[in-house]
Design a protein around this ligand. Structure first.
Ligand code: G6P
Length: 366
């Protein structure tokens, strides 16, 4: 079985390391003239819809939440994101002007499949974004878009998450193009920024020693808070989800701006706060949230870029330097430190990384 792990100690670390390659493949496939690009163009006309609903479970639902920021910003189209177990029972109104998108690595998650069946015949079109093309969710949708991540064995989803993001980013670009909300120059810029993602992910992988050092510290704590803003907010949720799943440390993810509406009451030196803070338009707001934490004796793990650490890193307990990334797709590369924090912390604690207790890779029962 060691051979299957390509020299890695766990499937999870192998799958984290594969991300630059699988992302490059997926983005190439969905680029304009290629097979996937043609399938997208022929299969989805965003000008025929007024809104998008996106439904999934677990990590896949967090990919949907990231893409809400992209589709709303790039295509000026409202997006509702729902977890499947709520959506399927809520009797949410759907009509022919609604595009319904279901995201699932396995394509077999029971709640997501039931939600898809609910939407079938009500929404204008049912599109799935799946890793397993031979799956119920793929078969029952009007259009199934493969994420091309290859087999994912580790229970905690990693490369499937970033490949879902790559496909959803391609969809957001197409939506902007078809709805005329981005001009050709913006299209070129965004396409170029998306093409840079695999390289940025490779750069993020290269800072593993920094993440490992932080993880050795985190492993000693019982509670960790993750904060992020904008498209980094779902990454904060993903960081908390991953950490609790595989290291069993209690973790919460919050939008940075919600800090003062609750979690700040918990801040003390016993609960490190991981802040995802690229030097973007929201940076100053995030820094003031960090200062609120530090003023109460809280310990900040700041994950930012060179300019961000220089402008806002004073007083941080731990600092991690990511590459500088322009544009809305920075969230994809920030998946790497988030995944690795959980991975190295779990390894430090000696938990079963690939088969965490009580969890299943694919939840095919309710
Ligand atoms: C389980 C897995 C998660 C996954 C979720 C949704 O909880 O442990 O890693 O994100 O199911 O699975 P799906 O196959 O629908 O993406």
């Amino acid at each position: 079985a060691i051979a299957d792990k390509a020299g890695h100690r766990h499937y999870m670390s192998k799958e984290i390391a594969e991300q630059p390659d699988v992302l490059a493949n997926a983005l190439e496939y969905y680029a304009g003239d290629n097979e996937g690009g043609q399938m997208l163009e022929a299969g989805v006309d965003f000008s025929a819809f007024d809104r998008v609903v996106m439904v999934a479970c677990g990590t896949a639902s967090l990919a949907c939440l990231v893409s809400k920021y992209w589709v709303e910003q790039i295509a000026q189209m409202p997006v509702d994101v729902d977890i499947a177990s709520e959506f399927r029972y809520r009797e949410a109104p759907l009509d022919a002007r609604t595009l319904a998108v279901f995201v699932s690595q396995s394509g077999e998650t029971a709640d997501t499949l039931a939600a898809l069946r609910y939407a079938t015949g009500k929404a204008g079109k049912v599109v799935s974004v799946v890793n397993a093309l031979e799956s119920s969710i793929a078969r029952e949708s009007d259009l199934a878009l493969p994420i091309l991540a290859g087999p994912e064995i580790g229970v905690a989803s990693t490369k499937a998450f970033t490949c879902q993001l790559a496909v959803l980013a391609s969809l957001a670009l197409q939506a902007g193009r078809q709805r005329g909300t981005i001009d050709p120059a913006q299209q070129r810029l965004l396409t170029d920024q998306l093409r840079q993602v695999p390289g940025q992910v490779a750069q993020a992988l290269a800072i593993a020693p920094q993440i490992k050092a932080v993880s050795a510290q985190l492993a000693r704590y019982d509670h960790v808070l993750f904060l992020g803003r904008g498209a980094l907010y779902p990454l904060a949720l993903e960081g908390a989800l991953k950490l609790k799943e595989i290291s069993y440390i209690h973790a919460e993810g919050y939008a940075s701006g919600e800090l003062k509406h609750g979690p700040i009451a918990l801040i003390d030196e016993e609960m490190p706060v991981v802040v995802l803070a690229p030097h973007d338009g929201m940076f100053d707001k995030t820094v003031s949230n960090m200062q609120e934490v530090m003023a109460r004796g809280g310990k900040i793990v700041m994950i930012s870029d060179g300019p961000g650490l220089k402008d806002g890193g004073d007083g941080a307990w731990q600092k991690v330097e990511m590459p500088t990334i322009d544009g809305p797709f920075a969230a994809i590369a920030y998946a790497v430190p988030v995944q690795e924090l959980a991975y190295f912390t779990a390894v430090e604690k000696g938990t079963d990384v690939d088969q965490p207790r009580n969890l299943a890779k694919s939840v095919t029962v309710e």
